[in-house]
Design a protein around this ligand. Structure first.
Ligand code: HOZ
Length: 427
């Protein structure tokens, strides 16, 4: 596959952008080679600067639940272009978006719109601290909640992929406010609460982890978090930046029947435009300025383009619940009968093929995966037109635009790899 134009763009990019990318995992450091520079997307496909076509399982890292350039979203965006793209003032549509979010995710009694998942989790933590008057946060190893100083401790996603130490650039005092525990370990959480329960402001968790690859919650884990936080007067924060509107219309909290105190959303609620939100119990959210003393602000918050795209996406999902049944069926088709040596984790349309025989339930088991084999597999797929996340420690995403034929083609290409390995693995 010719990628000469991507290669020259990457060389140019590295002279002006750190590592040539605006977000680390995109640089392909853990898999090697040149990232295809994407020129356009349509439905389930992306096309690179050299005109190569790929079936896309990155989907902008999750938000493109309906695939690229869904007509409802394009139409909504065109409508905004007629009236103005930023006002830094309240608009009717942002109220509508907050209302549809609240209706879908009832624990979000009040909602504040922000611009990125990082901003949402950062604001949620500040809110939890301000509300409880406590400083400590419990997070889980391998979970990633954006690049918030105090949450870059044993973090997943790019930190895990690149093996970056969690203290560089983060004041020790910030890192010390975080207690990082093994995902799915109820014992560890119980012990943390036994020792420091009266200082813990919040437990923040990806209710389905997606940033060490896809790792579902063990039965009882989320329930235990709910119970322990309640008992100790701490808040439970669900980071649903990946899972919100993805694993079900009501997110992971609807799927597992747990009501957190605060939820963060991102990605999907913008239909591919930059937006995020945090929300939760009204008594907590009413502490946010200007109704309360906990400050958080932003000129582009509730930006009309992002709000319009998000509204179009959520309205479509509300009107078409069959999207979720289709996603379930397609992703099950993709993940069925994994070959020897592969553990597949999947919740709805989030999935990861781990290159290990053992179950993957937390960061310790995820990092046992053979990243060299993943790397070979990744390039095999890429060279044959299948675009997967360039890291063993990221989730893949199926969209409503993926057809049975797309999935069948992907499975066939993967099967060819496993039939040829280890010969293919050497090449
Ligand atoms: N940290 C993101 C995925 N978990 C990657 C973001 C990006 O490169 O766009």
């Amino acid at each position: 596959m010719n990628r000469s134009r991507s290669e020259s763009l990457f060389a140019r990019a590295q002279k002006v952008i750190p590592g040539g990318v605006n977000s680390p995992v995109r640089a392909f450091r853990s898999v090697g080679g040149t990232p295809p520079f994407i020129a356009r997307g349509n439905g389930s496909r992306v096309y690179d600067a050299d005109g190569n076509e790929y079936i896309d399982y990155v989907g902008s890292w999750g938000p493109l639940l309906l695939g690229h350039r869904h007509p409802d979203i394009i139409k909504a965006l065109e409508g905004v272009l007629e009236v103005g793209t930023s006002f830094g003032a309240p608009t009717e549509k942002e109220v509508e978006l907050a209302e549809i979010i609240r209706e879908a995710v009832p624990s979000m009694e009040m909602v504040r719109l922000v611009n990125s998942g990082t901003e949402a989790t950062m604001s949620a933590l500040r809110l939890a601290r301000g509300f409880t008057g406590r400083d400590l946060t419990v997070k889980f190893e391998g979970c990633y909640h954006g690049h918030v100083d105090s949450l870059l401790v044993k973090a997943g996603s790019g930190m895990a992929t690149l093996g970056i130490a969690d203290t560089v650039g983060v004041p020790r005092a910030f890192a010390e406010t975080t207690i990082a525990l093994p995902y799915n370990s109820i014992d560890a959480v119980e012990q943390a609460f036994r020792l420091r329960g009266d200082s813990i402001a919040a437990v923040i968790v990806e209710p389905v982890a997606g940033n060490m690859g896809c790792v579902p919650p063990a039965p009882g884990f989320l329930e235990a978090l709910r119970h322990l936080t309640e008992r100790h007067g701490s808040l439970l924060i669900f980071d649903e930046v990946m899972t919100g509107f993805r694993v079900s219309y009501g997110g992971a909290q609807a799927l597992y029947g747990i009501r957190p105190d605060i939820t963060t959303l991102g990605k999907v609620i913008g239909g591919g435009l930059p937006i995020a939100a945090y929300g939760g119990r009204a008594d907590i959210l009413s502490k946010v300025a200007p109704s309360g003393p906990i400050y958080q602000a932003g000129t582009l918050s509730g930006n009309p383009l992002a709000v319009a795209a998000g509204l179009a996406m959520l309205k479509y999902l509300k009107a078409h619940p069959n999207v979720y049944t289709d996603l379930e069926a397609r992703t099950a088709q993709l993940c069925a009968n994994p070959p020897e040596g592969i553990t597949v984790n999947r919740v709805g349309s989030m999935f990861t093929f781990f290159f290990t025989n053992s179950p993957v339930t937390d960061w310790d088991s995820a990092k046992k995966a053979d990243t060299q084999r993943f790397k070979q597999f990744f390039h095999w797929m890429l060279d044959r037109g299948v675009y997967l996340a360039p890291s063993q420690f990221e989730a893949g995403f199926v969209s409503a635009a993926h057809t049975e034929a797309d999935i069948a083609k992907t499975v066939e290409i993967a099967r060819e790899y496993f039939a040829k390995a280890p010969a293919a693995a050497q090449g």
